[in-house]
Design a protein around this ligand. Structure first.
Ligand code: FES
Length: 190
């Protein structure tokens, strides 16, 4: 995988670089760099080629509190290993207060044994207002919004630790992409 990293950057447009961010220490989480980096390297190919792409992610390589950010079908995807506090916050919200009511459980996909693992939140990292990429660096108050999740600096949308819209102009929660668990710790997006 490391062999691919430098080469792949040669194929990435400058304006797409922001999306190809993988949190420090989480690079190994990309299930077989064989899947993720070639996807990036194919960005010049036809859209239908990319549309068929899928990526596998080994969740066990993402440390608690870390977020993996990668490109899937031309969009950033966020995979966050939430802390117990973030999970508790997400689960304690009265959904009647929400603009786009959804429980935290409704935003998770089941593991192979049919259970939910609230540690891992997988979302499309595109603001539902006009499509900017929200920031969500936990520990930095000015980079995670007023609800401890994500913040879109374009027009000030605040998302909570479940990626639900809590304040600002975005009409709906951050989208959950189609993904499935192919083992207890590996997901396939797309
Ligand atoms: S694009 Fe995010 S708030 Fe407008």
């Amino acid at each position: 995988m490391s062999d691919h990293t430098d080469n792949s950057h040669e194929h990435i447009d400058e304006d797409k670089r922001d999306f190809i961010y993988i949190a420090t220490g989480a690079a190994a989480a990309v299930g077989a760099g064989a899947l993720a980096w070639p996807l990036v390297m194919q960005m010049g190919k036809a859209a239908d080629t990319l549309a068929a792409g899928s990526i596998e992610i080994d969740l066990s390589k993402i440390s608690e509190g870390q977020q993996l950010k990668m490109l899937w079908r031309g969009k950033p995807v966020f995979v966050r290993h939430r802390t117990p506090a973030e999970i508790s916050e997400a689960e304690s919200v009265d959904i009647a207060q929400l603009k786009d009511p959804q429980t935290d459980d409704e935003r998770l996909m089941p593991t192979p044994d049919g259970k939910l693992d609230p540690k891992y939140l997988v979302m499309v990292g595109v603001c539902t207002h006009f499509g900017c990429v929200p920031v969500g660096e936990q520990g930095k108050v000015d980079a995670q919004g007023e609800y401890g999740g994500w913040y879109c600096p374009c027009h000030g949308s605040h998302y909570d630790t479940s990626g639900r819209i809590r304040k600002g102009p975005a009409p709906t929660n951050l989208e959950i992409p189609a993904y499935t668990y192919i083992s207890d710790t590996v997901i396939k997006v797309g």
